[in-house]
Design a protein around this ligand. Structure first.
Ligand code: FES
Length: 92
């Protein structure tokens, strides 16, 4: 039977696993991320990716327009993972 790969999200030292076909949004929220606009505009979900940036979908147009450092992403613009990631989130 086919099984999806599981990807581990380490979020402020808490961990969770999600299948690679699942949007990480719900897991980020369970682990404490806050969201507001969901459109890459407000920055509420800005996080620092300390490991696995290459395992997240490419930056969206909205993220390219948002003032992000190279190691930062917007959680609401991360739709797919293809491996483990570690992030730090300070909140708003
Ligand atoms: S919720 Fe506003 S940028 Fe992600």
């Amino acid at each position: 039977m086919f099984r999806n790969n599981m990807n581990k999200i380490t979020f402020n030292n808490q961990t969770a696993e999600i299948p690679d076909d699942e949007n990480p949004y719900n897991t980020f929220e369970k682990l404490g991320m806050e969201f507001s606009c969901f459109n890459g505009i407000c920055g509420t979900c800005k996080m620092k990716v300390t490991k696995g940036m290459e395992n997240i979908n490419s930056k969206t147009e909205e993220e390219n327009e948002f003032p992000l450092d190279d190691d930062e992403r917007l959680g609401c613009q991360c739709f797919r993972l293809k491996g483990d990631i570690e992030v730090e989130y300070e909140g708003w």
